[in-house]
Design a binder for this molecule. Sequence first.
Ligand code: SF4
Ligand code: SF4
Length: 222
Amino acid sequence: MIKAQQKPIAEIKALIASYHKILILGCGTCVTISFAGGEKEVGLLASSLRIASAMEGQDKIFAEATVQRQCEWEFIDAVADQIQQADAVLSLACGIGVQALAERYPDKVILPGVNTTFLGMAVEHGVLVERCRACGDCILGLTGGVCPIARCAKNLLNGPCGGSQNGKCEVNSELDCAWQLIYDRLARLGQLDRLATLIPYKDWSKDYDGGPRKIVREDLKL
Ligand code: SF4
Ligand code: SF4
């Protein structure tokens, strides 16, 4: 899922400084699971901002709402009235949700309340880790199910850099070396012979180098 972190309160206060009625809009999917922008975080942030506003002698009004998914217009339209009544919407969704709001409500100020960080998973409660960079051409079938693009600091596709020590990455000794993980996994699967096959040059045009990407599913078009 998409992982995000709430922006520092000082940055949020600066973003909303010139607006009076602010709708804090959460999203019930990815950012809820990463404890960054769900209903609970909307409530906590609204309380903090109300207190800060009162202490600073301001009379800002904070409304709260959370939709199931901010990246789909049919869900954000459920709170259309609240969006229209606000001077600005502080979105606690990922960057996709923020842009979906901005596209759907072009005359409305939409502000980001979180930093969208990566595609990942929780390995324990409160610990989120990156697992995929959405490169557009998945090679996990060649690497034992461990992604060297998201998990190797140098994005190496054909073996380690040589700086790995005791299975840890030379760039950050707290992280496992991705290529050590790939080796261990292929060994476990009895597929070490795969390491003898060079992974071809990656076509980065399917990644960000080709500009914004699009998937068209003719079979799903109405
Ligand atoms: S190879 Fe690409 S699509 Fe597959 S997990 Fe890694 S970054 Fe994601
Ligand atoms: S030590 Fe391993 S994970 Fe770190 S950069 Fe080198 S090959 Fe990649």
